[in-house]
Design a binder for this molecule. Structure first.
Ligand code: PGA
Length: 261
């Protein structure tokens, strides 16, 4: 059975006390069947809001299996940037990963490819796992521009990285029209774009360091098996269904049980 990356983007949800309760439930579930949830076959990373990061870190610290990251972070280390939290600060608080270029950052907060690249590069430089999110809007898909948009998002994010900086990089294909809408890309559409992204990454960084490619956009228990079984989909970046520990873990369970069946 292949290894699965199960990443949970909580977005602007979960105060510290809720985060603590969630982590307890998640760890209890993981402990129940330790064989099923080994590090070799599952990597879990939670992306709480900054305010709940310490609660998550404190709750998961003994488990080893669950990591925590941030949904965003500024590329400068410190200074007069009111309202921002730097990636460096997040790392020193214990985060081990950061999303960059999530579609809500791009489309609600106007982050362009150039800013996304700076954030991704900073995350990788300071040793965080950098999860680069990319994907087309519905209008772009309908205009047949999906691959061109994806190419441009990946090319601009990779520019300025040297061939050794692929270590620590994860790609997450998240078609904008599938996020939080209940509409997921068909497994074959998702596979096609993920395979394409994998090829672009291999061209840039070589075949040496494995760069996982995740799919995100309305992933839930009922569609997990088919999506995660695709050759070039290594895992899922989950929003809505990650907000409850049981529905989050059910995504992996659906894949695992499907595999064993
Ligand atoms: P969703 O969100 O699972 O609620 O569609 C995914 C994401 O935004 O990462």
């Amino acid at each position: 059975m292949k290894k699965i990356w199960l990443y949970g983007n909580w977005k602007m949800n979960m105060i510290p006390s809720e985060a603590e309760e969630y982590c307890k439930k998640l760890l209890d579930a993981l402990k129940k069947e330790p064989g099923a949830y080994s590090k070799e076959n599952l990597e879990i990373c939670l992306f709480p809001p900054f305010i709940s990061l310490p609660a998550v870190l404190a709750s998961i610290s003994k488990a080893g299996m669950v990591r925590a990251g941030v949904q965003d972070g500024y590329f400068e280390d410190s200074g007069a940037f009111t309202g921002e939290v730097s990636l460096k600060m997040a790392a020193s608080a214990g985060a081990s990963a950061a999303l960059a270029g999530h579609s809500e950052r791009r489309h609600i907060f106007g982050e362009e490819n150039e800013i996304v690249a700076k954030k991704l590069h900073k995350a990788l430089q300071i040793g965080l796992t950098g999860v680069l999110c990319f994907g087309e809007t519905l209008a772009q898909r309908e205009a047949g521009e999906t691959m061109a948009v994806v190419d441009e998002q990946l090319r601009s994010a990779f520019e300025g990285l040297d061939g050794t900086e692929g270590k620590g990089l994860i790609l997450a294909y998240e078609p904008v029209w599938a996020i939080g809408t209940g509409k997921n890309a068909t497994p074959s559409d998702a596979q096609e774009v993920c395979a394409h992204a994998r090829r672009l990454a291999a061209r840039k960084f070589g075949e040496g360091d494995y760069i996982p490619v995740l799919y995100g956009g309305s992933v839930k228990e009922s569609n997990a098996r088919e999506l995660l079984s695709q050759k070039d989909i290594d895992g899922a970046l989950v929003g809505g269904a990650s907000l409850k520990a049981d529905s989050f873990l059910a995504i992996y369970e659906a894949f695992r049980k499907g595999f064993e069946a």
